[in-house]
Every structure is written in C-alpha cells, then in structure tokens.
Design a protein around this ligand. Structure first.
Ligand code: GLV
Ligand code: MN
Length: 226
C-alpha cells in the first residue's frame, strides 16, 4: 500500500504543476533549434509543438542568432491612422528564437499616436521605453485599469492575455522595445477582431453586446472591414 504524501511533497507537486501550467512556451530540449524554412503562406502555418522544425544543427551559423530587423521601424508611424508602427521580432522574423520562449518588438509612436488596444494570448509583455514618454495601460479580469506614464529607461509589465495599449503623451516621437516570454505571443487587435472579422460577426450580435444602435456598428465595421 502506498504511503500518503507528506504536506511538503504535496505542496512541491502542486507548485511543479503550477509552474508548468503558467510557463508561456515549453522548455527547450536541446541547446538550440533554429527554425527551418517553414513559411508556406497557408493560413494554418502555425508552429507545431514545441516550435517549428529545427534546421540541421550542422548547417546552423552565427547569423542564425542575429537579428537586425529592429534597427528601424518597418514603416513610419506617421503613415498609420493610429500614428504607430510595431515591428515584430518573433520567431517568424527571427528563426533563431525557435523553442527559446522569448521574442521582442519595436514600437514607434508619433506624437499623439497609439498602439491600439490588443492582447497577446500566449505571453506576458515587458514594455521598456527607449525614448519619449508613453501612457501604458492594461485592464485586469476584475475590470480594473492599471496605467502609468513611462519615460525613457523605464519599464512596465503587461500580464499575459490582458487588453493593453501604449499612447504617446509627449511632444516628441516615442519608442519602446517590448519583450515577450513566448517566441510567438500571438496578437488580437480588439477593434479589428470585433468589427473586421471575416466572415463578419452579425450586426445584431455586436449591437446587443455593446448596447448600441445597429448604425453605430455599421460605422465601426466600415472602418475595420477590409
Ligand atoms: C506592444 O504592446 C507590442 O505588442 O509590441
Ligand atoms: Mn502588446
């Protein structure tokens, strides 16, 4: 007959389960697994567990661990109606990150620009402001809004899965680096997800959900449907 577990053993087992359950990406099982060319263009081209297939280690070179894609914004922030540009440094852009459980973005905000409300289903996010000043905020599951004006050299953390934004409150352009505990954090932009979904969410569902007139939903859809 097996002995009943001691409270310490039980606590250790519970902590182990919690740590495993809370980790954003699985632990690597080798030094590295640089992603082999994987882009098929198919909509379902997602990494398989625990990441994309590795390229043979004999073909891995130093450049596989280098990424220069954040040295400039992908496009000027002022070109976007939001006054923002997010340049991604996830595993799709930087194959050396595969299975390492981290990634990085560059966020550029024109004065008054906003990186609009969004969530990352698979990662927490650390926002580190490199220049300028931005209001960074998120809403908890209890509906509480947490925010802070974050300046150069300062950081703010967004817990996993919560709706958040960055908004330039300074007179000059602002820039942040955002770091994630996932190689592919995922991105759900709130307004396009609701008003730009394809096929579209019925107007009646949105009007009832937001407690507004159908005309308002039509207006919002006209802004976010492609
Ligand atoms: C900022 O919120 C980002 O997702 O890069
Ligand atoms: Mn984000």
């Amino acid at each position: 007959m097996s002995r009943p577990s001691s409270p310490t053993t039980l606590a250790a087992a519970i902590i182990a389960v919690l740590v495993f359950a809370c980790r954003a990406d699985p632990e690597p099982v080798q030094d590295f697994c640089v992603a082999a060319a994987h882009k098929t263009g198919a909509a379902d081209d997602q990494p398989t567990f625990p990441g994309f297939p590795c390229k043979p280690s004999s073909t891995v070179v130093s450049d596989d661990f280098f990424f220069g894609g954040l040295s400039a914004p992908a496009k000027p922030a002022s070109d976007s109606p939001f006054g923002s540009a997010v340049t991604s440094g996830n595993v799709e852009a930087f194959p050396g990150l595969n299975t390492l459980g981290l990634s990085i973005n560059r966020v550029d905000l024109a004065p008054g620009g906003v990186n609009p409300l969004h969530t990352h289903p698979r990662a927490a996010e650390l926002v580190h402001v490199v220049s300028g000043e931005m209001l960074v905020g998120f809403v908890s599951t209890a509906g509480k809004f947490y925010s802070k004006v974050v300046g150069e050299g300062q950081s703010f953390v967004i817990p996993r899965g919560l709706t958040h934004f960055q908004y330039n409150v300074g007179a000059t352009a602002a820039r942040a680096l955002t770091v994630f505990n996932s190689q592919l954090p995922g991105l759900v932009l709130a307004a396009p997800a609701l008003f730009g979904a394809d096929p579209e969410i019925p107007d009646a569902v949105l009007a009832k959900s937001f407690q507004v007139d159908g005309e308002i939903i039509k207006l919002l859809k006209s802004k976010f449907r492609k």
